[in-house]
Design a protein around this ligand. Structure first.
Ligand SMILES: [Zn+2]
Length: 631
């Protein structure tokens, strides 16, 4: 998955800086023949023509039940997300019918489970599904894992929101019949049996087991898609743009360029024959979502982005940022994963310890391929890593990454989740540098992931507890030391020591700054849990001259009360302040209001940045750096 990395920071940036500096976001189906004979196929019908009160009806035929009772479950959590979703909240009017069409009693066991007794008489169950997009119910479903029901316009079917499984029958094959309006077209990686359809009104999708249902979203939307083949992969991008602002073909070139570079980077890896990108562009006037992004699947991804973004912002952010990350999930967790992921427990989640790999290495690859394939230069790659280092410091740097991963649904681990895209990627980078150093340039983390994907693969999971030892056995003792101290252990990583091996050095310089933001638009303020604006530890000369201290809560600026609504405007005004202008701040320090007055002085601050050193082509550090970034 990929979403904006730090909600608070992002909210701050959005609320304070939108329009000033722009919005920052971090950035085969097996046959069912055998089962058919035994008539085990779970038959699902979804009727998208008949939308009633923003809901659609789903009917489930489980075939003959042999047990006395049966429990139908809708997922509480799905792979690729790391928080409880409880899709069952959106199911209403759950009914069971016997073979004579009489209603049978149903017991609701919990948010996501319904039990039918005397199940031997059960013919079918049916229920109505409400979508998550415009629901007023409280829930924690990420928008890209959400569902949309918009009559005659768009159906965004993350299937766990619509289709469940009978306890003990998760491995049974599925057939999903969807009837839909003629003006809407399906995009999905599920096998569609209805390929010769004469009218565009129905589809019949098949899946070998429930995990495959959950892994294959379907979008129905008016035709707005492009398809092409690159390096053997059929890629389709389907876009729903509610106000017809964006066409899929507008970003086709950017997508082609990216997939080509990615598949070149992954040369030798088994990837996929097909990749479908399902994009829902939301209207920010309608949905006030401040977190959006994408969710990965083996051969597709669902993406939610603002429709108000320019074509350039969609190319840079959505294609090169978000979708490139999702595409690399083909490697992990989709082809290299533990048992926890392989046979996912949708209702009693058992998390894996290896988010450093699933999200971290994926996000690292999404950066590394760009420098490797010449899309960006070395310094730009180092700048991106530096950004990750500074963002990662906002999280707990003394937390064991494997422990955090295992317990990611609970606090205090859950609030460190976004660090998987920061420190997780940096763990990938650190391992890469160590591997290149130990192998004298010959073997990096890309080689390691390829070896692991050959050893395991999409159908063969590893044991969660044993994979680190195995990686160490496959590589070098230094890799084991790193895991022990910095991934399993809780010692922060000394990035400068690693960078020094590859001729990248930290330089500190004094630079001019504006009052609230430095020249790279990093703010000197942040927002706390009470939605108050406070000063960070990092300071500048003008703040020091006024006597501002770290932790001071900012109440007013030049007698104008400041809050999240008007902060952007006030910050905008501060860009005009000149030396000698009078400044008056009211802050709260240790619970007491303090007035800080003075004249604006020249504002300078220290900026440390990592620089690629020019050492000459035959310097051993440069040789190692080339192996690392270009190898
Ligand atoms: Zn991800």
């Amino acid at each position: 998955m990929f979403r904006p990395t730090n909600m608070k920071y992002n909210k701050l940036m959005r609320k304070l800086l939108l329009g000033v500096i722009g919005l920052v976001i971090l950035s085969g189906c097996s046959t069912t023949k055998l089962a058919k004979k035994e008539n085990k196929t779970i038959e699902i019908a979804i009727d998208l023509n008949n939308v009633v009160d923003d809901k659609v009806q789903v009917t489930v035929n489980p075939q003959k039940i042999k047990e006395d009772n049966v429990v139908y479950q809708i997922p509480a959590i799905v792979p690729g997300t790391y928080a409880i979703s409880d899709y069952g909240k959106f199911i209403v009017d759950f009914k069971a019918y016997d073979n004579s069409g009489n209603e049978m009693p149903v017991k609701k066991l919990d948010t996501n489970s319904w039990q039918v007794d005397n199940a031997k008489n059960l013919d079918k169950v049916s229920y109505w599904v409400e979508d998550t997009f415009d629901s007023e119910k409280e829930h924690k479903i990420y928008v890209m894992a959400g569902t949309n029901i918009e009559k005659d316009k768009n159906f965004f079917l993350n299937l766990p929101g619509f289709v469940g499984y009978f306890q003990g029958k998760k491995e049974y094959p599925y057939e999903i019949t969807v009837s839909h309006p003629e003006n809407l077209y399906e995009t999905s990686s599920l096998i569609n049996k209805n390929t010769t359809k004469e009218t565009n009104t129905g589809d019949v999708f098949i899946a070998s087991r429930y995990d495959e249902i959950s892994d294959n979203p379907i979008m129905y939307a008016p035709k707005n898609s492009v398809s092409f083949n690159i390096n053997g992969i059929d890629v389709t991008l389907a876009v729903y743009s509610p106000n017809n602002v964006h066409a899929a073909k507008d970003v086709e070139e950017a997508l082609k360029k990216m997939v080509e570079a990615q598949t070149n980077f992954l040369e030798g890896f088994k990837t996929t024959n097909e990749y479908n990108i399902l994009v829902y562009l939301f209207d920010p006037q309608v949905y006030k979502w401040n977190s959006f992004g994408a969710l990965e699947h083996l051969s597709s991804t669902t993406v939610v982005y603002p429709e108000t973004y320019t074509k350039q912002q969609l190319s840079d952010g959505m294609i090169n940022g978000t979708i490139s990350h999702e595409f690399f999930h083909i490697v992990t967790p989709l082809s290299v994963h533990s048992e926890e992921i392989h046979s996912f427990n949708f209702n009693e989640p058992n998390m894996s310890q290896h988010l450093w790999m699933y999200e971290g290495v994926t996000e690292y690859f999404a950066n590394l391929f760009q420098v490797n394939q010449g899309l960006i230069d070395e310094q730009a790659f180092i700048d991106a890593m530096q950004q990750k280092i500074s963002t990662s410091k906002r999280f707990d740097d003394n937390m064991s990454f494997t422990k955090m991963s295992k317990n990611i649904l609970d606090e205090p681990y859950a609030k460190n989740y976004s660090n998987v895209y920061m420190k997780g990627a940096l763990i990938g980078m650190s391992l890469d540098i160590i591997l290149r150093e130990e192998s004298k340039g010959a073997y990096g983390i890309r080689n390691l992931m390829k070896d692991l994907s050959e050893k395991y693969g999409a159908k063969k999971p590893f044991k969660d507890d044993l994979i680190i030892d195995e990686i160490v056995k496959m590589t070098y003792p230094a890799v084991g030391e790193f895991f022990k101290n910095h991934v399993v252990g809780n010692t922060p990583i000394d990035y400068n020591a690693l960078f020094s091996k590859v001729g990248v050095e930290e330089k500190t310089e004094t630079v001019e700054t504006s009052f609230f933001l430095d020249r790279s638009n990093t703010p000197f303020i942040s927002v706390n849990g009470n939605q108050e604006i406070y000063f960070l530890k990092r300071s500048h000369t003008a703040l020091e001259a006024l006597g501002v201290k770290a932790g001071d809560i900012l109440k007013s600026v030049n007698d104008e009360e400041i809050n999240l609504q008007n902060a952007r405007q006030i910050i905008g005004k501060s860009f005009q302040w000149k030396e000698g202008d009078p400044i008056k701040l009211k802050v709260v320090r240790d619970g007491k209001e303090v007035s800080l007055e003075g004249k604006m002085v020249k504002a300078t601050t220290q900026i440390s940045s990592l620089k690629v050193q020019d050492l000459g082509a035959d310097n051993p550090k440069v040789i190692l750096r080339n192996a690392w970034l270009k190898g």
